[in-house]
Design a protein. Structure first.
Lengths: 450, 250
């Protein structure tokens, strides 16, 4: 499709589905969606020449985007074969769990009562029944939608959640499962998450993006998130993704971090055809900090594109990016880390490291640091490496009786584990290691390597 | 036990070993000495099966079988052990993990039960005593940030765990202070047995004061140019190597 045909296609799709989307009867919601759609009409889809999307035009999907998922009852019944218990490879000890199947929310039986101070609102319900609560989130989302796919998410999302954590909830863990199944093929499921951590509150959100059964055709999952971390609050957010190999998996996160607050954002990207992870973090209060970390382990013709921006807007703010890629087959791992330090953000420190291990001569790593510094009083460092396995280490392990495949797998695992071992939440870390174990050709006991 | 016959080895287009012949019997300790660059480490690596060393002639038989057809891990499982001159750092893989994986690979090959984490810990604790290392070494990355002496002791620890039939120690004594040298030598002496042979590659006679070999060989220009008893090491210490250059094996 030509660029204008793609745009026309989505405009027409919107007219079809808009009356069915949650909140269609609420003028404020509809207005926000229309503004987003107008934004999309103006921006269009990115092209292969759009710098920020250069490494995301995998399989030419920007020219052949999938339709938005059809809107049906927002709470689906649990598919018969799906027992959420089976998904609990590792029990995260979560205080709450939300399950989305192909973008639709599924109610689980026997849900535990939430601790006081933790509130979960399905977005569909909020848009229908409590527009006032949804309104400010919609407003900031409209403001943040600065490219075509972000605008499309806002125009079309039919489900999601608002999570509010007050200080009295204590340190809570919320688990969100995104499941892709065969019934999602041919479409992109748009979901939207809003997370508000009140001043002094403390939460962990673990998202697991996985697939059920073998999915034979292309499908899309598109998740937008807004995270607000209040003063002195702490939020640790992890996306652990091992989706089916035909999935175009797109995520964008925008976060605002208050004074003396700490945000940590994790991405483990193992699956998908394309895995794009965007994050824009505003360190807006004095002393705010963010730790962005992740691992992408790809094979075949997979691609992952991490696109991170941190804006230091206040004094004494700290940011750190630590990403590692394990690239096998014909895969491509791209990493872009942008750090901007605004005038007046004195005493900022920003560190960035991206290291890649090429496990095949056909794999490719792209690493791009971008610095925009507008103050003198700042400490910045960045480093990126692309290397191959250390053959002398392979031989060393083999000379101890360890077979070559295991030796190579051990070295790759160790490379990834160096990052994953620093995940702050025990359950999330164990889950990440379990997922990585299943992903690598040799089933090593990675837990024992810690 | 080990029969090396007329071994020729090239690295790239350079010939390093030029007709090396050496026989080590069961339970024997042999020392190889020689000037820098004479091919001692090349021999050690070829025994362990390091890729990049091309054997262009001759043979190596281990326990009567052709060693050269085996992959490095197969040699290790059959009982060949190399203590590296420069032990390799393996960041992120802790010592326990590697030792247990290695031991279980070897045990599996011998038809023995693999050890679980608890059994392994018991097993390895006794070996730690041999090299006077404390348990904190187990949880550290393999050789990661180890001092030179700690790396060498770690090699001996691995040898003690794997209980090889043939142990090749490539300059394990280099860079050790006198205390560390004693620990390493004591460790080797404790592991000496009628069923275990040693090939000690060394630069100095000093090690041989602690580990008394059955035979000493001089490697120069890619072949053994002289063999003798322990007294040969002393003679070399006094006279150097130059007088042996250009000679054939005596
Ligand atoms: N991997 C290699 N690549 C190139 N040259 C090598 C390699 N290994 C050894 N050599 C060369 O072979 C010769 C013998 O080296 P080596 O076996 O390490 O000697 P020694 O251990 O006796 O000091 C030296 O000249 C060395 O430079
Ligand atoms: Mg040497």
């Amino acid at each position: 499709m030509s660029a204008s045909a793609v745009t026309e296609h989505f405009l027409a799709a919107f007219e079809r589905v808009a009356p069915l989307l949650p909140g269609a009867a609420a003028p404020a919601v509809l207005e926000a969606r229309r503004v987003a759609l107008a934004r999309f009409a103006r921006l269009g889809m990115p092209t292969a020449r759009t710098e920020a999307w250069r490494y995301s035009n995998h399989g030419n999907w920007l020219r052949q985007p999938l339709d938005p998922a059809p809107v049906v009852a927002t709470t689906a019944a649990l598919p018969g074969e799906l027992d959420p218990g089976n998904l609990a490879v590792t029990d995260l000890g979560a205080h709450a769990r939300i399950l989305f199947v192909d973008g639709r929310r599924v109610d689980e039986r026997g849900t535990r009562a939430l601790p006081p101070g933790l509130r979960l609102h399905p977005l569909s319900r909020l848009l229908e029944e409590d527009t006032e609560l949804a309104r400010p989130w919609l407003a900031t989302a409209v403001e943040a939608a600065n490219d075509g796919p972000a605008a499309l998410n806002l125009a079309f999302f039919s489900e999601g959640a608002l999570i509010e954590v007050e200080r009295e909830a204590g340190a809570v863990t919320i688990e969100i499962i995104f499941l892709s199944t065969d019934s999602g093929v041919g479409h992109t499921a748009h979901t939207h998450l809003c997370v508000e951590i009140a001043d002094g509150a403390h939460a962990t959100v673990v998202e697991r993006h996985v697939s059920l059964g073998s999915v034979e055709s292309a499908a899309g999952a598109d998740v937008s998130r807004q995270l607000r971390v209040g003063s002195r609050a702490r939020l640790s957010h992890a996306v652990l993704q091992d989706a089916h190999p035909r999935l175009y998996h797109l995520q964008r996160t925008s976060a605002r971090v208050g004074a003396d607050a700490e945000l940590s954002l994790w991405s483990l990207a193992l699956g998908g055809n394309l895995a794009r992870y965007e994050a824009t973090v505003d360190l807006s209060g004095r002393g705010a900090s963010v730790d962005l970390a992740g691992v992408y382990a790809l094979k075949g013709r997979q691609a992952a594109d991490h696109h991170l921006t941190v804006r230091h807007l206040a004094p004494d703010t700290r940011s750190q990016m630590r990403f590692r890629g394990l690239l096998d087959g014909h895969s491509r791992g791209a990493f872009t880390g942008c750090v901007q330090v605004a005038p007046g953000a004195d005493g900022a420190s920003a560190r960035q490291a991206n290291d890649n291990l090429l496990l095949s001569p056909h794999a490719e790593a792209v690493s791009r640091p971008e610095l925009g510094i507008e103050t003198d009083d700042v400490q910045c460092s960045h480093g990126s490496t692309v290397g191959q396995q250390d053959e002398s280490a392979v031989f060393y392990l083999r000379s101890r009786g360890i077979d070559e495949a295991t030796a190579r797998s051990l070295l790759s695992s160790a490379f990834a584990i160096a990052i994953l071992r620093t995940m702050p939440h025990d359950g999330a870390r164990a889950l990440a290691l379990a997922m990585l174990t299943l992903h690598l050709p040799q089933r090593l006991a990675l837990e024992e390597m810690l | 036990m080990l029969d090396i016959n007329d071994l020729q080895v090239c690295v790239g287009d350079r010939q390093i070993l030029r007709g090396l012949t050496l026989t080590i019997g069961e339970g024997e300790v042999h020392a190889i000495m020689g000037p820098n660059g004479s091919g001692k480490s090349t021999l050690a690596h070829v025994l362990a099966g390091r890729p990049g060393y091309e054997v262009t002639g001759g043979s190596i038989r281990f326990k009567g079988e052709d060693l050269l057809v085996l992959a490095p891990e197969e040699r290790a499982r059959q009982g060949v052990f190399l203590a590296f001159q420069y032990p390799v750092e393996v960041p992120g893989v802790n010592n326990t993990y590697m030792l247990k994986a290695a031991l279980n690979a070897v045990r599996k090959h011998r038809g023995e039960q693999e050890l679980d984490a608890m059994e392994f810990l018991q097993f390895v604790k006794k070996r730690l005593e041999i090299v006077q290392m404390n348990e904190s070494f187990l949880s550290r990355g393999v050789n990661e940030g180890f001092s030179g002496g700690e790396k060498k002791r770690n090699e001996i620890l691995q040898m003690a765990v794997l209980e090889p039939v043939l142990a090749v120690l490539d300059e394990t004594d280099s860079g050790l202070d006198i205390d560390a040298l004693r620990i390493v030598a004591d460790g080797v002496n404790q592991l000496r047995s009628a069923a275990r042979s040693f090939l000690l590659v060394t630069h100095y006679q000093r090690l041989l004061e602690y580990i008394v070999p059955d035979q000493v060989h001089v490697l120069a220009d890619g072949r053994i140019v002289k063999s003798g008893g322990p007294e040969l090491a002393l003679e070399l210490e006094m006279r150097g190597y130059d007088w042996l250059r250009g000679q054939d094996a005596a």
